[in-house]
Design a protein around this ligand. Sequence first.
Ligand code: PLP
Length: 427
Amino acid sequence: MTSFDPYILRKEFPYFAHESAVWLDNAANTQKPQAVLDRVLLSLARASTVHRAVYALAEEATLVYEEARSILARFISAPSKDEVIFTNGTTGAINLFARSLYLSGKRAGRQGFRIVTSVLEHHSNYLPWRMLADEPGVEIIIIGHDGLGIDMEALAKALSAPCDLVALSLCSNVSGAWLDSQQAAKLARAAGAVLFLDAAQAVLHRAICLDDSVALPAGGIRVAADALAFSGHKMYGPDGTGALWVRGDLLQDLVPVTFGGEMVRSVDDSAIDLQPPPRRFEAGTPNCSAILGFAEAARWLLQSPRDEFRAHEEGLGRMLHDELSALPGARLYSVPGPLISFTLDGWHTHDLALFLDREGLCLRAGRLCAEPFMRALGVPALVRASLAAYTTREDCMRLVRALTLAKAAIPGRACLARFARDSASMH
Ligand code: PLP
């Protein structure tokens, strides 16, 4: 039994003082604690610039910015802060990594580029690799699913031949299934491949530990990877923030794909001398206030009882999973845990999400940016409830009660009309 009380935690989140809607879309975006809001505001109220001016305010801003990088490195137990690149989210991180890795290989004279990914991936970890497959010599292999997770036998088979890159999600945004990263890393290494993990859905629920020599934090998980990406807004941080971590020796070889201010030491007509990583990957003025808020969210999590958060989220998720499994007409497409994807017989998912909205609940509906996985599962769309540490039992029971009501109702005309207007934007 845990003494963890989500109502006490909620006092740190202004959302709950001002809004009554039940927030169950944490897989897309989380609410922010006051500490994060304060950090962003403080930074905006003392605007400066980093890595490019000599006045005292800029010197201080640069120190604080680099301290933020150290906090993010500590958050995932990365061996060095200089292996962490700030991005605008997981999407930005993967696009950077994909282009950069491919170009580096090409410049080094590599013939061909073999990528293995899976059908489970979010579009952000699918399209960048798919787009690369248009380049000459690039081959992409998309492995299938084994129920709700990755088919590890198919992965092993695909990696029985040499490979350059394996790109997989650590936790699915559709099914909530976790990858066995240790096993994936073993297979990737045997094939000579780099293992990239999309950790967008992982960081909220588990403390990621990349360094085997570091003691595993309570509620943490040892993760094996050569590169990894995650988003700040999915872990109580500001919108449009994220990070790409790349193992030091691999990072040294990567070439930048965005060019501009403060990423070169010097440049003239004949030569470009790049800054060392990570700065060579952060051209232009960074979104300092948001990045500092991102680091504050990481600090806040580092200081939080994450094992208690985890036990709470898992416990509530399992309870909700059981309740929905028992609801006639509900079909579940997720493993028991804090992310529950489902359909309700007789309801279009968008209509159902609008019905739930009218009942005061915010849930995502649609293809969840994972269209290939939807096709593989044989469903056009899903409704998704995703929990966080501040989710309460009452939130979950309100969802159960609303779905029980929905079962007794027929989708109304007004609801369908609104769906017709909105559906084009609900992917
Ligand atoms: N990968 C996964 C598994 C996700 O769930 C998401 C967002 O939902 C992304 C990548 C993209 O993250 P972002 O939109 O923060 O860049």
